[in-house]
Design a protein around this ligand. Structure first.
Ligand SMILES: Nc1ncnc2c1ncn2[C@@H]1O[C@H](COP(=O)(O)OP(=O)(O)OP(=O)(O)O)[C@@H](O)[C@H]1O
Ligand SMILES: [Mg+2]
Length: 244
């Protein structure tokens, strides 16, 4: 189906350290449609960041099939994966992850660096618009260390949206923010979703999670719950592939 942005079929991920195998993801099945806003929850260590890393092509699954925007990820070489990641995905991390020796505008311009389809002038325009959108245009020449945490995260949001990706992945985007800045960032993410982006967000914050239209809960690397949030009240539905 063309409206399916993400399709995971039996995705597992194991890490091997000091002869100990950790199964971070265990047979995850997940379909996400274009324009969905999904929150991913679950206790520490249950595999949320691992899942986001795989969804974002930052990491490979150990087994299973991942189809992103109609493309079977396993069949892509590194170059094609990088290209797909660069064009289709925007990331927002808990720790902001801005590059300290680049200015705000240079950080935001990074995802456009390899876009041979955009002229220099159009890139500058996009950066300017993205910074205006998060109300950070007045700090374009500043460096990350000269900004507050909330401001840094707004710059990170601008960086995530500057390439107009179809999919935004956010890993605890409000985890390091006070409640006012958390609200600002969530309201931005909500607007981006309203504009048509597909959004997957890991969050421990119930207020942020309540904005999502769907909640996927993980436990020990498995999807144990997947429900739609209707009028603020979650309606649970059992999954055929739930934990056994
Ligand atoms: N690079 C790695 N090497 C070895 N083990 C790892 C690695 N990354 C993650 N793990 C293990 O995989 C499991 C899942 O980790 P993950 O970071 O996905 O959890 P999480 O749900 O994001 O937790 P948190 O809420 O604390 O961020 C954990 O047991 C973790 O120790
Ligand atoms: Mg995590």
């Amino acid at each position: 189906m063309s409206d399916t942005v993400i399709s995971l079929q039996g995705i597992s991920k194991s890490f091997l350290t000091d002869e100990i195998e950790t199964r971070a993801l265990d047979e995850v099945h997940l379909q996400i449609q274009k324009g969905e806003f999904v929150s991913i929850s679950g206790p520490s260590g249950c595999g949320k960041s691992t899942l986001l890393g795989i969804l974002g092509l930052l990491d490979n699954a150990s087994s299973g099939r991942y189809t992103l925007a109609g493309q079977a990820v396993e069949t892509l070489d590194n170059r094609a994966r990088a290209r797909l990641r660069n064009r289709e995905i925007g990331f927002i991390f808990q720790a902001f992850n801005l590059i300290s020796d680049l200015s705000v505008e240079e950080n935001v311009a990074l995802p456009l660096q390899y876009r041979d389809d955009l002229s220099k002038q159009l890139c500058r325009q996009r950066v300017k618009e993205a910074l205006e959108r998060v109300d950070m245009a007045h700090r374009a020449r500043h460096y990350p260390a000269q900004l507050s945490g909330g401001q840094q995260q707004r710059v990170a949001v601008a960086r995530a949206l500057v390439g107009q990706p179809a999919l935004i992945l956010a890993d605890e985007p409000t985890g390091n923010l006070d409640s006012r800045n958390a609200e600002l960032v969530m309201s931005l993410l909500n607007q981006i979703h309203a504009d048509g982006a597909t959004l997957c967000m890991v969050t421990h914050d119930p207020r942020s999670a309540a904005l999502a239209k769907r909640t996927v809960a993980l436990f020990d690397g498995r999807v144990v719950e997947d429900h739609l949030n209707t009028t603020g009240q979650a309606q649970g539905r059992e999954l055929a592939w739930g934990a056994q």
